[in-house]
Design a protein around this ligand. Structure first.
Ligand code: ZN
Length: 258
């Protein structure tokens, strides 16, 4: 936290909850100070000046006063409301998923500039109408990178041998990536350990290609689903549990028949 009593920062609203009659507590992600908990007083009263601007996922310029338990929101202007992103339920549910991953990956009082930029970019892509599933995969892959656990998809995690197209690939998040056929795979309850060559190629693409190029790829559903399952396993391992927002996201997608 900064030493002065009042300060101004960019912030993305990760989540919020209602407190008492009229207050709202926000979890904000900021570039300089990492995660911040801030209270917006009286915000649920009709006449509140702050009210409408404190929606989840909104990107704000916010003035904060240091408080004992929570920082106190004194002024807000909205940088990006991401209105289009909220139009589709699947893209809104994906926005929530990205916010939860960012929340789990950040701490209070430690700068989070790269993470902030990543989340901003993810929302920008959703806003631009990129397929939510691809935005989510792109985000998962780059988040792993930011956290320092970039999945190994070029070499075997055990013997460091360059993987060849003719190899058999096993996806082992606990080991940090792909294991070649020369080793005994660790015992796991997970049946999705075999990875196809196409899925491996797509994982590489998520590491290397920029988002615009990824948005334009023509891919089979089977391969997209395989990579989704692989990265979900990876994220579960990285965060030590399943994100809560995933269940909702899955429901939304079932409802849309995707
Ligand atoms: Zn090997």
């Amino acid at each position: 936290m900064p030493s002065r009593r009042l300060y101004v920062t960019d912030a993305i609203v990760l989540s919020r909850f209602e407190l008492g009659e009229a207050d709202r507590v926000l979890t904000l992600l900021t570039p300089e100070y990492g995660k911040i908990r801030a209270i917006a007083r009286g915000v649920r009263r009709q006449k509140s000046r702050l009210g409408g601007s404190l929606e989840p996922f909104a990107e704000l310029r916010v003035a904060l006063a240091r408080g004992r338990t929570f920082e106190v929101v004194t002024q807000v202007s909205v940088g990006h409301a991401w209105l289009r992103m909220r139009d589709s339920l699947e893209s809104a549910a994906t926005a929530w998923y990205l916010a939860e991953l960012a929340d789990r990956s950040s701490v209070e009082g430690t700068g989070a500039e790269a993470l902030y930029r990543l989340l901003h970019r993810g929302y920008e892509l959703l806003e631009a109408g990129m397929a939510p599933g691809r935005v989510a995969r792109w985000f998962e892959m780059h988040l792993a990178d930011e956290i320092g656990v970039r999945p190994e998809v070029d070499r075997c995690v055990e013997c460091d041998r360059m993987l060849e197209p003719t190899d058999r690939f096993r996806w082992v998040p606990a080991l940090g990536g792909v294991l070649c056929e020369r080793h005994v795979a660790p015992p796991t309850a997970d049946l999705r350990i075999e990875l196809s060559l196409e899925a491996l190629k797509l994982l590489k693409a998520y590491q290397r290609m920029d988002a615009e190029a990824l948005a334009g790829l023509r891919l089979s559903d089977v391969v997209e689903r395989e990579v989704e399952a692989a990265l979900r396993d990876y994220v579960r391992h990285m965060l030590d549990r399943d994100p809560r927002s995933l269940a909702f996201l899955d429901e939304v997608r079932l409802g849309h028949g995707t």
